[in-house]
Design a protein around this ligand. Structure first.
Ligand code: PLP
Length: 449
């Protein structure tokens, strides 16, 4: 008897593309994506991984779970507040609302009263100046690196940037400040040594070729022991006397001092000490979207905003909306997580651990994003077997734990309390996929499940 090749029974592409679930997805997924999903399932059937009669339902399931953008929400259980690989700062509710409102046509560059074109980003500028009255003017660009590039290009291209050797740092993987500055066509005039730079070192270097003096917060890098830096106010006096601008890259974007982070510079204090221009990131300790902030004298901000490069690094309307709402809105999530109440954190951790039959161990969170490297954020973690980590990361929702010393640790610091139930469900689902898993079935007290 002749046997039909089962591959001949695999439904044809046009039939699969006409399935009701596929048709229903046409307003949210492109024809290319739908076709790709169909072909993927057909290929699996050809390889014998699926029976031909499972193809249609598998296509339907694949189409239902596919979103147009594949970025996946992650529950951050690492205890690292500004987590670079997770997109740094999560936006707060005010910023989320502002982004949604800005998705359509908005008056980002239009005065609705007069009907004529207006200054782009006037709202965020006003919010920044209100939050940081020491600045005469402000400009928002794409990120902190762009802010620094714009400043050094506009002030020092073809001239010298005077900078301490102790501040020639690499900030993220492969991101070296000296290389970035050199790429603008400015020359680095290095002064002092790695551990000590004195006012006279700057004074000797500043001359007719100086475009600006640059002070960089070394962020994730600390020199200890026999060290000396030059106080900013002394440097500012020198800069003023010689008539050169003093630019300070503070990195983290704190607008005002935070007593919990005494070593982190902030914009208000830096401007009060006499810096002419401050550059910073919007998505580190400020807790907003990826953005670069420039705050300083009216004269310098005008020079920078008129430079041709300003157009190449300008922020889009979604960023402007999110940043304004972050500055003018309630406490940003990164600030809340940094200051999380230890007693509350412990109680939540114990509840989740009890529901899982797991242990609670002390665990220090971190600020992250290159900020406050030596500052631990004491807390607790649920301790699981290391083997759980992969299943947690690949589950839905994805959970990113900290893997350390042969354990998989869940730190609740950066998980909104309202998500504790989702976290527990995700952990249960992940643990259930492990061989030999047995789990207590306790629910969180008060949880509606
Ligand atoms: C993070 C950082 C930057 C770069 O900012 P991005 O927003 O990541 O582009 C520049 N300088 C310092 C001191 C930083 O800490």
């Amino acid at each position: 008897m002749e046997q039909t090749d089962p591959r001949r029974l695999i439904p044809r592409t046009d039939r699969l593309l006409a399935l009701p679930a596929v048709d229903a997805a046409r307003d949210r997924l492109s024809e290319t994506v739908l076709l790709g999903l169909v072909r993927e399932v057909q290929d699996r059937a050809r390889r014998g991984e699926l029976a031909p009669d499972q193809v249609a339902e598998t296509v339907e399931a694949a189409v239902r779970s596919r979103t147009a953008a594949r970025l996946q929400p992650v529950l951050n259980a690492t205890g690292v507040v500004v987590h670079t690989n997770l997109g740094r700062a999560p936006l707060g509710p005010a910023a989320v609302d502002a982004v949604l409102a800005a998705t359509g046509y908005v008056d980002v560059e239009l005065d609705l009263t007069t009907g004529v074109r207006s200054r782009r980003g006037a709202g965020v500028r006003a919010a920044l100046l209100a939050a940081c009255p020491g600045a005469e003017d402000a400009l928002v660009v794409n990120n902190g690196a762009a802010a620094l590039v714009l400043a050094t290009t506009a002030l020092a291209a073809g001239r010298e940037v005077v900078i301490s050797r102790g501040e020639l740092v690499e900030i993220g993987a492969g991101f070296r400040l000296p290389d970035l500055i050199a790429s603008t066509g400015a020359r680095l005039r290095e002064v002092g040594t790695t551990n000590r730079t004195h006012l006279r070192d700057y004074a000797d270097a500043v001359g007719p070729d100086t475009g600006c003096i640059l002070k960089v917060h070394p962020s994730n890098f600390r020199v200890e022991g026999f060290t000396a830096g030059t106080p900013l106010d002394e440097l500012a006096a020198l800069a003023a006397e010689r008539g050169v601008p003093l630019v300070a890259d503070i990195g983290s974007g704190l607008l005002r001092p935070d007593p919990a982070l005494p070593d982190e510079p902030d914009a208000a204090t830096t401007l009060a000490a006499g810096a002419d221009l401050v550059t910073a990131s919007g998505d580190k300790l400020l807790g907003g979207p990826q953005a670069g902030l420039l705050l300083g004298t009216a004269d310098l901000i005008t020079r920078l905003s008129r430079h041709p490069l300003a157009r190449a690094v300008r922020a889009d309307k979604l960023t402007l909306a999110a940043l304004e709402a972050t500055v003018a809105g309630g406490e940003a999530p990164v600030t809340r997580y940094r200051h999380a109440d230890p007693a509350r954190l412990r109680a939540r951790t114990e509840q989740i651990a009890a529901a899982l039959g797991a242990l609670v161990v002390p665990h220090d969170g971190r600020v992250g994003g290159g900020g406050a490297p030596g500052v631990p954020l004491p807390g607790w973690a649920v301790r699981l077997d290391e083997a759980a980590a992969v299943a947690l990361r690949t589950g839905r929702p994805a959970v990113l734990p900290r893997v350390h010393d042969g354990a998989c640790l869940l730190d609740l610091r950066c998980i909104p309390e309202a998500d504790d139930g989702r976290l527990l469900d995700a952990v249960r689902a992940a643990l259930a996929t492990l061989p030999g898993a047995t789990l207590p079935d306790a629910a969180l007290p008060g949880a509606d499940r």
